[in-house]
Design a protein around this ligand. Structure first.
Ligand code: 0RA
Length: 642
């Protein structure tokens, strides 16, 4: 076996494994899905390569362009993909990287590559799933170009097509996803923007620009460049919250090529916003980097609180739960050989990182507390208040714990439960107002449909702790009805209904109630939301009657297109449906509840971090953004996804 020098990546590092046909046959194996998510995944595979060049220290600018026709261009100013003949394949390295599966430093033993996409297969997979790919390399005063078509077939070998300034280096890739592979071929600017911004936060000093050339070519687009890196991410996440201390605490350390970094700031809310990343990938199930920090955070705060006598001898120690209340934190680890664990590979497994994270965090945070006694006092007091609330919530929670099935039936008449006990076929409608609740009870299928009419106002849990939420009558009823418990007692397996359906009017009040409910579900029952159990009913907006026919439509455009299908001489009548309460039981059943006829909208969480920010913006201290959002979105039942 050849020995390889860690420092000098050369063309021979690239291993030749398989052809591209396999990728086209089973794209899901390589990019997860062929839906809109898979389509966007192609962009990140190409951007990842440029980011690697940035991590290696050679690239400062990356530009992403959505072109007319939904092709994508990614430009970087790195060293340029090597243009020499590849030792193993006998063709240029550029062509090798784009045509040989698993070619790329990541799988070569000598190559040092820290970033990675979903399955780390990169450029060749993008080529396999594209109708065309053009790669341009600027290097040594020349412009080189190679072209591929129809799933990676070479149509132009790497050729010098011109000269450039000797100092100019970089790689430009344009690809067009194959529409016969993907369910959709339309890129979403906002999706790409959110991730591009995140990549800029995670890679300080790197300028990422994004532009949409589909409508016209003089758009300015967005530029993201954060010299402060993850500190600026924390600041961004806290922008609709109220920080309780000024400084963002930013700590960093490195050992054996593993770089560990954390930034944090407490705010006055009660929610935990801790997000961790490994090689720019969100580790949504945490792992050793997160564990190390959490462990150190609890220990350091307890030690400091005891030492300064803020926490007395008789007081119980603060728990992990207490110290994360109102904490916004980004943990980022760059690792040359990460082990991802768990079903969705969302957990970092490398055990040595736990110790590195603990050491870097505890040393730095301890010093911060010593050097900033005023901020330290504010933080400790916040965690002590959280501890008191935890004790109070425990007492309150015991009241909501279901002792037997009987308890659910005896709701004091609130919940009209269904007869069926098998959760997989049961649904619960949470209905705005008593009169609509009455119609829903009459119009339901009592075997499988339970009705919970809301009488009082739903508490805004964005501004209330668990203990106060638990003293709210409506919330207690909801918790008991769901059967899952809450907080530490939460158990998704105990959920009593497969579908939880929010049924509110299509007006501003209805939107407000819906957002309050979604906030409650997202903050206190997140696994239920993530598992896709939450739906919004879509009551009709208009009723059109002609002759004996009654037609219900959901929107103005649907009304217009229906009217256009009628004979011009037909006499018809249009009623604008003002609210659920206006419909009788039969109408409500027919339009909104009947499994065969209704249209439900499933509420999905596209991106946890973005959803968190949305809820803080919507439901936090500031009233104006909330009013604006609700007024803007209220008329449209469509804008529900979080
Ligand atoms: C390996 C070695 C060198 C550059 C790259 C890979 C490289 C790959 C990509 C992919 C997208 N952009 C890229 N930029 C650079 C260095 C080669 C040399 O120094 O000649």
């Amino acid at each position: 076996m050849e020995t390889k020098n860690e420092q000098h990546y050369d063309a021979s590092d690239i291993q030749v494994l398989e052809g591209l046909e396999a990728v086209r046959k089973r794209p899901g194996m390589y990019i997860g899905t062929t839906d809109v998510k898979g389509l966007h995944h192609l962009v990140w595979e190409i951007v990842d390569n440029a980011i690697d060049e940035a991590l290696a220290g050679y690239c400062k600018n990356i530009e992403i362009i959505i072109n007319k026709g939904n092709s994508i261009t990614v430009k970087d100013d790195g060293r340029g993909i090597p243009v020499g003949v590849h030792a193993k394949t006998g063709i240029s390295t550029v062509e090798t990287v784009y045509t040989v599966l698993h070619a790329g430093g990541k799988f070569g033993e000598g190559g040092y590559k820290v970033s990675g996409g979903l399955h780390g297969v990169g450029a060749s997979v993008v080529n396999a799933l594209s109708t065309y790919v053009t790669v341009t390399v600027y290097k040594d005063g020349h412009i080189y170009e190679a072209k591929f078509e129809n799933g990676g077939k070479i149509v132009q070998h790497l050729t010098v097509i011109g000269d450039c300034d000797i100092n100019r280096t970089g790689t430009t890739v344009t690809f067009k996803p194959d529409p016969t592979i993907f369910d959709t071929d339309i890129y979403d600017y906002e999706t790409i923007k959110v991730r591009t911004r995140e990549l800029a936060f995670l890679n300080k000093g790197l300028r990422l620009t994004l532009r949409d050339d589909r409508d016209s070519e003089d758009t300015t687009g967005d530029t993201f460049l954060y010299e402060g890196g993850i500190s600026e991410y924390v600041k961004y996440l806290n922008q609709n919250k109220t920080p309780i201390h000024e400084q963002i605490i930013h700590l960093e350390g490195e050992e054996d090529d593993v770089v560990f970094e954390v930034a944090m700031q407490y705010n006055s809310s009660y929610v935990e916003s801790i997000y961790s990343f490994v090689n720019n990938i969100n580790t949504h199930d945490g792992g050793t980097h997160e564990e190390g920090v959490r462990r150190a955070l609890t220990r350091v705060i307890n030690n400091y609180a005891r030492k300064t006598n803020l926490l007395k001898e008789k007081d119980d120690s603060l728990t992990g739960e207490d110290v994360k209340e109102g904490l916004t934190m980004i943990v980022s680890c760059k690792h040359p050989n990460p082990q991802f664990e768990g079903q969705t590979k969302g957990r970092l497994g490398n055990s040595e990182v736990r110790k590195l994270a603990d050491n870097v965090f505890s040393e730095g945070f301890e010093r911060f507390l010593m050097e900033n006694p005023e901020e330290a006092r504010i933080i400790v007091e916040k965690t002590m208040t959280a501890a008191r609330a935890r004790v109070a919530a425990k007492k309150a929670r015991e009241l909501t714990r279901r002792k037997s099935d009987l308890d659910v039936v005896n709701f004091g008449g609130k919940l009209e439960d269904c007869k069926e006990k098998d959760p997989s076929i049961c649904e619960i409608f949470i209905v705005e107002g008593d009169s609509a609740g009455g119609s829903a009870i009459k119009g339901r299928d009592s075997m499988t449909q339970a009705i919970l009419p809301l009488r009082g106002k739903i508490l805004n849990v964005e501004k209330a702790r668990l203990d106060r939420a638990l003293s709210n009558e409506e919330i207690r009823t909801i918790i008991t009805a769901f059967g899952t418990g809450i907080g530490q007692d939460f158990d998704l397996k105990k959920l009593r209904y497969n579908k939880i359906i929010i049924m509110t009017d299509a007006d501003v009040d209805g939107s407000h109630i819906r957002v309050l409910l979604l906030t409650l579900f997202y903050r206190f029952f997140r696994p239920i939301v993530e598992a896709g159990h939450i739906y919004a009913a879509q009551p009709p907006l208009f009723r059109i009657t002609h002759g004996k026919t009654r037609k219900y439509v959901l929107s103005e455009s649907e009304r217009d297109s229906y009217l256009a299908t009628l004979n011009p001489n037909t006499k018809y009548e249009i009623t604008r449906m003002k609210g659920l309460g206006e419909m009788d039981a039969e109408e409500l059943n027919e339009t909104t509840m009947d499994i065969k006829k209704r249209v439900l909208r499933k509420i999905t969480v596209k991106d946890t971090i973005a959803a968190d920010a949305t809820f803080s913006k919507l439901m936090g201290e500031e009233v104006e953004p909330r009013r604006q959002f609700i007024e803007e979105k209220a008329p449209y039942a469509q804008n529900l996804d979080i």
